[in-house]
Design a protein around this ligand. Structure first.
Ligand SMILES: [Zn+2]
Length: 278
């Protein structure tokens, strides 16, 4: 983290060109952007690195290189909006691999179940940090999967209250967005996706065990037919975050399955990844 420390002490931090080029090579979905967009993304990433703390946790050796890769992906959603949308975030904490956090969920009988589960990322609300597992964040080869964009989409969603799949509409850019249309389109797509996931679950063996390799392979096979990560069926906020990941890294699939969701996200983010050459 030597360079980052130097960077904080300087007035105008700059990501070295070679490091920036290496970042673009590692993240093929950024190559959709024009030269002008990439230049602005670099400037935003420098601003994020200067404004927020990047901290390694769990003995993680956070290098400048990794911090730049995370910053570039975190800034992609706000490339045509404003970095101020991340004001409500103290910083970014990076663990080497999945980390364990306490979970709680109320069942249909009103009983709260608590357990500990390893997760790949977590966006804490009320001024909290974004926490990432580098092992998962670095794994950008899985179709449509991007932990950094996912967690920062949650941060946007949290900018106007508890996460619900409804990020703040900004008067400067979102005048043509209609809250009712957003609600209708997203809840329609969410319901459709939940049905698809329920159908998948019905096709699984009765005593499904994800630690059984044959069962896990069957699950992977069935979920490969879904247009989004099945995690999107968990909550409308997860649907928004997963759809945002897909919007930036696998737009063809999202636009094919849910064209209206793609259209609204395109207006929200003020980007159209499908129209950009690769
Ligand atoms: Zn999530």
């Amino acid at each position: 983290m030597q360079w980052l420390r130097q960077l904080f002490s300087r007035e105008k931090p700059r990501i070295p060109d070679e490091m920036w080029r290496a970042t673009l090579n590692r993240l093929p979905f950024l190559q959709r952007l024009s030269q002008d967009d990439l230049l602005r993304l670099k400037g935003l990433s420098e601003a994020l690195l200067a404004r927020k703390s990047f901290t390694g946790a769990g003995a993680f050796d956070l290098t400048d290189d990794i911090a730049v890769q995370i910053a570039a992906q975190a800034c992609l959603p706000v490339l045509n909006l404003t970095l101020d949308l991340y004001d409500d975030m103290v910083g970014i904490i990076i663990y080497p691999a999945a980390f364990v956090i306490p979970q709680a969920e109320m069942d249909e009988a009103g009983v709260v179940h608590e357990w500990h589960e390893p997760v790949s990322g977590e966006a804490l609300d009320a001024g909290g940090a974004v926490v990432l597992s580098w092992e998962d964040a670095a794994d950008t080869d899985v179709a449509g999967y991007n932990v950094v964009i996912h967690e920062f989409a949650h941060k946007l969603d949290m900018a106007n209250g508890p996460p619900n799949g409804f990020p703040p509409f900004l008067p400067a850019w979102h005048r043509e967005l209609d809250a009712r249309e957003w609600q209708q389109v997203f809840s329609g797509a969410y319901d459709d996706f939940m049905h698809r996931v329920e159908k998948l679950e019905r096709a699984l063996p009765e005593h499904f065990d994800d630690t059984d390799p044959a069962h896990a392979a069957m699950y992977d096979d069935l979920s490969a037919d879904l247009p989004l990560d099945p995690y999107a069926a968990k909550h409308p906020a997860e649907f928004f975050a997963v759809a945002s990941e897909a919007f930036f890294v696998l737009p063809e699939t999202l636009a094919g399955a849910y064209p209206d969701v793609y259209r609204l996200l395109s207006r929200y983010y003020r980007q159209d990844p499908l129209s950009m050459s690769q």
